[in-house]
Design a protein around this ligand. Structure first.
Ligand SMILES: C[S@@+](CC[C@H](N)C(=O)[O-])C[C@H]1O[C@@H](n2cnc3c(N)ncnc32)[C@H](O)[C@@H]1O
Length: 196
């Protein structure tokens, strides 16, 4: 079993558990969900009882292997995990009700993030994005900084932060923000969006 996937499951997935439940709460029953940058696949495993179908995509084959093993152990039939770069994958128009991205967009180049959001708004009815916002506490700020320092995309995160976090991507992508929900994790918000 992959150390990185196992480590992420033991730490990040546990920390993000309440955030995942909050995202699932925002998804209508029987939705068809696309989870981009799905990592260990934790969100869709947790959502499998509620959704009609879920597809998780991640470019890291170790994460997808871990997600598929977990899915098989739990005998989940309505979730599928695919390994690939989201920019090389054809997303069928209206093939999904909801697209979720958790802690994914800040890791992209700005023009890539905008291009992806522009594409997604025409393919799905609703976007549920969970990503960084300005933390309120010193420990929150430290936690985000340390997490991003070891992430391998620190410079992209700093640009995302400098330009105003997720808000700066909304208007440039032709999206309207329906709702922002704060989470139990300082420095993380959930944004519900639709095409403008
Ligand atoms: C910080 S992790 C978040 C994982 C997961 N969403 C979560 O909440 O734990 C970002 C994930 O995006 C994946 N990723 C990065 N660039 C990608 C791309 N171009 N296409 C698909 N997945 C990508 C990475 O492999 C990584 O697993």
């Amino acid at each position: 079993m992959s150390f990185s996937a196992n480590f992420r499951h033991r730490f990040s997935d546990q920390l993000l558990a309440p955030v995942r439940e909050q995202i699932i709460e925002l998804c209508a029953d029987s939705s068809i969900i696309l989870d981009i940058g799905c990592g260990t696949g934790d969100l869709l495993v947790r959502a499998s009882h509620k959704v009609n179908k879920g597809v998780g995509i991640d470019s890291n084959h170790r994460m997808i292997h871990f997600a598929n093993q977990r899915k098989a152990r739990k005998d989940i039939k309505n979730i599928e995990y695919l390994c690939g770069n989201i920019f090389d994958i054809d997303i069928p128009a209206l093939g999904y009700d909801i697209c979720t991205c958790t802690l994914f967009l800040h890791s992209l180049k700005r023009d890539e993030a905008i291009a992806l959001l522009c594409k997604l708004k025409n393919c799905v009815q609703r976007l549920i994005i969970c990503d960084y916002k300005q933390p309120n506490t010193v420990s929150g700020k430290l936690g985000v900084e340390i997490d991003e320092l070891i992430s391998g995309h620190y410079r992209r995160f700093k640009e995302y932060q400098r330009l105003g976090f997720f808000y700066s991507l909304i208007s440039e992508s032709g999206l309207q923000l329906l709702e922002e929900q704060h989470t139990a994790v300082d420095g993380l918000s959930i944004y519900v969006l639709e095409k403008l």
